[in-house]
Ligand binder design. Structure first.
Ligand code: ZN
Length: 253
C-alpha cells in the first residue's frame, strides 16, 4: 500500500493512494482498516507530511563518501541526533533560509516510518516495527552546525524537514537509488547499499536508547554530494520506487 496524509475540512486525514486517486482511510495506517468512501484525485489535495512524526531520529555520516567530503572519520557505531517535529515541511512546501545562516545545505535521505511501539528491537526484526519508507530532506545550516558544536539548532529550523509525499509499505529499502536534483541538475546519486549501517542496525541501535512509536520517522543519512541552497531553487528528491519529493527555497521573512 501507498498512503498519504492531507487536509480536508480542517482535519488531517490519511488516504490510500491508488494510481492518481486517493481513498480515505478510517484512521492512521498503523491502526489497520481498509480504505472506504469515494475516491478523489490526488491532484488538488492539500498534502501534509505523511506522518506527524512526534520524533524524527536522524543518522549522521552513514555513507563513507559523505563522511569524507566533510572531512570526518567513518563512525564505528551509528551517530544519532534529533530534529523537532516543528521542522516538518509538507511536500510542495518552501524551505526557508533563516537570517541566522549564510549556508543552508540539502541532504537527501531515505526515511523510515515506524508503525509499532517498540524498544530494544533485534536487528533482524526491524520489519516488525518499520511500516514503510518515504523521502526526507535533512536540511542543515552548515555554518551553524560548525559554530554550535552540536546540531539541534542547525538541523532544527522550521521547514528543515521536508517529508513525503507518500509512504510505501512494500518496498524493500536495502537497494534503492537515492537522487537529489537541484534545478533539474543531479547533485546526489547513490544506492542505499552504500549505507555503513543498514536499516536493521539503525533500528536496533536507536530503539536500544528510546522507545519508537507509530508515526515516528528515522532519516537514514545522506550520501555524498551535499551542497548549498539559494532562494529560488527547486529541489527534487527521487528515491527509486517512490513518488518524488519536491520543494522550493526562499529566504525567511
Ligand atoms: Zn542528514
Amino acid at each position: 500500500m501507498r498512503f498519504i496524509r492531507y487536509r480536508e475540512g480542517g482535519a488531517a486525514r490519511y488516504g490510500a493512494l491508488e494510481g492518481e486517486a486517493v481513498r480515505p482511510l478510517p484512521g492512521a495506517p498503523w491502526e489497520g482498516g481498509a480504505p472506504s468512501g469515494a475516491a478523489r484525485p490526488l491532484e488538488g489535495l492539500e498534502l501534509l507530511p505523511p506522518v506527524p512524526a512526534a520524533k524524527i531520529v536522524c543518522i549522521g555520516r552513514n555513507y563513507v563518501a559523505h563522511a569524507r567530503e566533510l572531512g570526518h572519520d567513518v563512525p564505528t557505531e551509528p551517530l544519532i541526533f534529533l530534529k523537532p517535529s516543528t521542522s516538518l515541511l509538507a511536500p510542495g512546501g518552501t524551505v526557508l533560509i533563516p537570517p541566522e545562516s549564510s549556508r543552508v545545505d540539502y541532504e537527501g535521505e531515505l526515511a523510515l516510518v515506524i508503525g509499532r511501539r517498540a524498544r530494544r528491537v533485534a536487528r533482524h526484526s526491524w520489519r516488525d516495527v518499520v511500516l514503510g519508507i518515504t523521502a526526507g530532506l535533512d536540511v542543515t545550516a552548515r555554518d551553524l552546525q560548525k559554530k554550535d558544536g552540536q546540531w539541534s539548532r542547525a538541523k532544527g529550523f522550521d521547514t528543515f524537514c521536508p517529508l513525503g509525499p507518500s509512504v510505501d509499505t512494500e518496498l524493500d529499502p536495502a537497494d534503492l537509488l537515492v537522487e537529489t536534483r537541484v534545478n533539474g541538475e543531479v547533485r546526489q546519486s547513490a544506492r542505499t547499499t552504500l549505507m555503513i549501517f543498514d536499516v536493521g542496525t539503525l533500528v536496533a541501535h536507536i530503539s536500544a536508547a528510546m522507545t519508537l512509536e507509530p508515526g515516528d520517522v528515522i532519516l537514514t543519512g545522506t550520501p555524498e554530494g551535499v551542497g548549498p541552497l539559494a532562494p529560488g531553487d527547486a529541489v527534487e528528491l527521487a528515491i527509486e520506487g517512490l513518488l518524488p519529493l519536491r520543494v522550493s527555497v526562499a529566504r525567511e521573512g
